[in-house]
Design a protein around this ligand. Structure first.
Ligand code: BG6
Length: 497
């Protein structure tokens, strides 16, 4: 729909940006912090690990001052569970509490509202070793206890809480250690959903005026053609990839078709007595979601889908051998681009549900991510119309190897262009009637990407280091820094250069 006049962004709209603890903090083993799975993840030699990152742990004052200079009214960051409870279920580390207290107080001093993610990929390693992490129901209790420790320590000042970052990505791309056992994967998913439900109930119980939300990664799903089969495939894939997670979080129950799909394949989780009551008792106050683009699918039979998944590519193996946590180890420079493209779309294939396809309408970033601002408007509409809850965009952004030029300049016009188009889409969605409460793109400051090192930069603030040379870690304002500052100061009215 083309509007004749666009509504303004609402008064009090949250303008800010996001980070996560293990990607920005560094100080991986300081002040009593325990290890997380991310700290010991195998990393290809060509890129950095997560030990120092942007050293935000020691630079947080300077970083928050820069966020304030941009005019942030919100900052989304995560708390590292192993910094608070080093072994996941034992003693609380007071030094960890102190760090986040300092960070929160610093933000509040500048009137920046903290939006806190409780868990962003960094499960304490000790719990993985002790009982296999999310495979055990014990993890539900330990997560709830950790959340309660956080609510108790910070709930007087932090009112916006996010439970689990991108649970759907962790499950779909097996970042939780399910391996080839698909049933185990859905059991872990169920355990995480229960843990999330308990965390939501505890937030309402312990944090006065507290608001809590799930934080999945949502992509806009398109059918490849206008055929009824592809349309159904898009609907089914949307359910598997996006809606299932939010339906359970908001309505407290799994979608029927999804449960049928699981049970016919022997993948259904064991649902114990009382589980459905736990899920039904939890009610989020808003929905946070990360949006990077669209995904296109066509229909595929079970037989054809299985063939595709077992298809072997030299240097990679078969689709079944790959997940997001080992993707970074593959030397893609040696593999033909078309093979990679085919491989990436096939990664999205679910036999009998949908086959991933290339979308010829989407421009791609240098890292192969589709740029799709209209898809953001579609997604905002779909989420608002289905769930009727306020929405907060907690990630959206453009990872590019920025170049530091003479005179400490970073001319990231591509990032400005990307963000501008998405902010425009937000405004159109607001005019459509969507209750969007904020825009918090990825990322406030350069940090280490999940799989592609520090060269793939997302921030408004450049951090002067490269993959293996820490240089001086100087903070440098990119062109997008000044541009975003203007956008914020005009409450989104002026998004021009
Ligand atoms: C999201 C994650 O999936 O995407 C972030 O929540 C991540 O942790 C971001 O950094 C961008 O992905 P990447 O792989 O480019 O870092």
């Amino acid at each position: 729909m083309e509007h004749i006049k666009l509504k303004p962004f609402p008064k009090g709209f949250f303008w800010g940006a996001s980070t996560s603890a293990y990607q920005v903090e560094g100080a991986w083993n300081e002040d009593g912090k325990g290890l997380s799975g991310q700290d010991v993840m195998p990393i290809p030699k060509s890129i950095t690990d997560f030990k120092v990152c942007s050293d935000h742990y020691h630079h947080y004052k300077e970083d928050v001052a820069l966020m304030a200079e941009m005019g942030f009214s919100e900052y989304r960051f995560s708390i590292a569970w192993p910094r608070i409870i080093p072994d996941g279920d034992g003693e609380v580390n007071q030094k960890g509490i102190e760090f986040y207290n300092n960070l929160i107080n610093e933000l509040l001093m500048y009137n920046i509202t903290p939006v806190v993610t409780l868990y962003h990929f960094d499960l304490p390693l000790a719990l993985e070793k002790k009982y296999g992490g999310w495979a055990s129901r014990q993890c539900i209790e330990d997560f709830e206890r950790y959340c309660r420790v956080c609510y108790e320590a910070f709930g007087d000042r932090v009112k916006y809480w996010l439970t689990i970052n991108e649970q759907n990505m962790m499950i779909i791309y097996d970042m939780v250690g399910g391996g080839q056992d698909q049933q185990k994967k859905y059991q872990m998913n169920h355990n995480m959903l229960l843990a999330q439900a308990k965390a939501m109930v505890a937030c309402h119980e312990m944090v006065e005026g507290g608001k809590v939300a799930p934080a999945p990664n949502i992509v806009c799903i398109y059918p490849k053609t206008s055929s009824p089969e592809d349309t159904l495939a898009a609907m089914d894939y949307d359910q598997l990839r996006n809606r299932m997670y939010l339906d359970v979080a908001v309505f407290g129950k799994y979608p029927e078709a999804f449960l049928e799909y699981l049970s016919q394949r022997g993948l259904a989780p064991k649902i114990e007595e009382g589980d459905m009551e736990i899920l039904a008792a939890a009610k989020p106050d808003f929905i946070a979601f990360n949006y990077y683009g669209g995904s296109t699918v066509s229909a595929i039979s079970i037989e054809e889908g299985n063939k595709l998944k077992n298809f072997k590519v030299d240097g990679i193996g078969s689709m079944n051998d790959i997940n997001l946590s080992n993707l970074g180890e593959i030397d893609i420079s040696k593999i033909d681009k078309s093979v990679i493209e085919g491989f990436m779309t096939a990664l999205q294939t679910e036999p009998g549900i949908a086959k991933g396809e290339k979308n010829e309408y989407q421009i791609q970033t240098s890292y192969g991510m589709g740029i799709d601002p209209v898809g953001l408007r579609v997604t905002l509409r779909q989420l608002w119309e289905r769930y009727g809850l306020p929405l907060l965009i907690t990630e959206n952004g453009c990872g590019v190897p920025d170049r530091l030029e003479e005179g400490d300049k970073v001319h990231d016009d591509y990032r400005i262009d990307y963000l501008r188009q998405h902010i425009q889409a937000c405004r159109e969605a607001i005019t459509d009637g969507v209750d969007l409460i904020g825009y918090s793109p990825w990322s406030a400051i350069d940090l280490v990407s999940t799989h592609q090192g520090v060269t793939k930069r997302y921030g408004f603030i450049y951090v002067n280091r490269d993959e293996h040379d820490l240089k001086d870690m100087r903070r440098i304002r990119k062109d997008s820094f000044y541009w975003y500052k203007k956008v914020i100061s005009t409450n989104g009215e002026d998004i021009t250069d």
